[in-house]
Ligand binder design. Sequence first.
Ligand SMILES: Nc1ncnc2c1ncn2[C@@H]1O[C@H](COP(=O)(O)OP(=O)(O)O)[C@@H](O)[C@H]1O
Ligand SMILES: CC(C)(COP(=O)(O)O)[C@@H](O)C(=O)NCCC(=O)O
Ligand SMILES: [K+]
Length: 250
Amino acid sequence: MILELDLGNTRSKWRLLSPAGATPVGIPGHAGVVETQSLRVGAVPAMWRELPVTRVRAANVAGSEAATGLCAIAEELGWGSVEFARVESQCAGVTCGYRDVSRLGVDRWLAVIAAHQHFQRPCLVADCGSAVTLDLLGAGGQHLGGYIVPGLGLMRRALFRDTDAVKVPDTLEAGMSLDAGCDTTAAVNRGLVLMVLGAIDEAMGRLAVKAPAPLLVLTGGDGALLASLTRHRAELRPDLVLDGLALSNP
Ligand SMILES: Nc1ncnc2c1ncn2[C@@H]1O[C@H](COP(=O)(O)OP(=O)(O)O)[C@@H](O)[C@H]1O
Ligand SMILES: CC(C)(COP(=O)(O)O)[C@@H](O)C(=O)NCCC(=O)O
Ligand SMILES: [K+]
């Protein structure tokens, strides 16, 4: 069975696929999230010891220590070598928009090629994790580049660290009010959401100039929150990065 991993800067998402049939399918109950830091130090998540893994494919944007830690775990558990996805200038009908394709985050690339496969139309792919990345996918599978901004947690921690009086807890929740805050906690938490929604709006507008009727596709740890609050029709695809692995590393 195929173990798929998406090593993000904060958390690593995994799922096990059964290769039965032409299209491998996820096995219920065999998916989860682990702290990326625990992989860096080679800690094996308990459940992984039981997994019947014959192949491992991974997307890593969390640095060489995370890659090394994962490879050590794979060796310890007898899984063989880890196949790391790479950004190519073309894959699965998508042409990369970066001048130097090796500089594009592989998580962004996999999300874009998966969005192209799922929707076959212009999309704004918003991956809302440690960072929020907005990738413009135009007509005909042309990636048009994108934007990188700090994610919600990162912005809140920046205020916490670098101000004296703006140290507030995370009160984000699906469907929350975005009315102007009348206390510091509300002002910050609602303001952070406005930052990301504003960036999405602006990117959607810019994409719409270049490609007809773009679809907003959301993924990442804060994808569900933003899907509940955006004024755009949004497709929420939590596994979009993992979905791209089958296209980049078939
Ligand atoms: N259970 C959770 N634990 C940690 N963060 C979570 C959780 N649920 C949602 N989040 C949010 O998801 C963000 C991380 O998203 P994720 O897509 O996993 O990031 P990355 O891919 O950068 O590691 C956090 O900043 C936080 O706002
Ligand atoms: C922008 C990112 C940090 C996002 O990572 P994440 O928030 O998902 O952990 C990652 O895609 C990355 O390291 N990209 C390389 C720079 C670039 O895409 O231009
Ligand atoms: K991200």
